[in-house]
Ligand binder design. Structure first.
Ligand SMILES: [Zn+2]
Length: 144
């Protein structure tokens, strides 16, 4: 079985020309195979090392997932002040903590942590107070 180098059509071995496109089969087979080995070796290796690092490294130094987490944590903490506190405040706290490992948005991450922490404490305090789970001596101490 010969495969046409021009159109990849399988041809019988006794055929000299491709039955589909008329390309010569014997010589072109060898030429095309030597072409592919010569063609792939110089082109393929430089393509990956030369193009990837200059593009990837500045992006990595710019913003990474920790910075994204800082933004998400801050937004979750803010939204958690108003709604879905039981989900968003812990989520905001965790993502803000991850955001602290980032380089650029530590302030935002710290803000997200403090907002979600304070909001969680207030929430928990309110829930405990509404359910009368805070001892009397703490309440009298708070309002005295
Ligand atoms: Zn052909």
């Amino acid at each position: 079985m010969k495969v046409c180098p021009h159109c990849n059509t399988p041809n019988n071995d006794e055929f000299t020309f491709c039955k589909a496109c008329g390309e010569r089969l014997d010589e072109d087979m060898e030429i095309s195979s030597s072409y592919t080995t010569e063609y792939q070796q110089p082109v393929a290796p430089p393509l990956v090392p030369n193009v990837m690092p200059p593009v990837a490294i500045p992006q990595r130094e710019g913003y990474n997932w920790c910075d994204v987490c800082a933004i998400i944590g801050f937004i979750c903490s803010i939204i958690g002040l108003f709604t879905f506190a039981i989900i968003l405040l812990p989520l905001g706290l965790i993502t803000s903590l991850i955001g602290c490992f980032g380089k650029h948005l530590k302030g935002l991450a710290v803000a997200g942590i403090s907002i979600s922490l304070v909001a969680t404490l207030v929430r928990v305090g309110m829930i405990l107070y509404e359910n009368a789970m805070i001892p009397d001596w703490i309440i009298s101490g708070l309002f005295w």
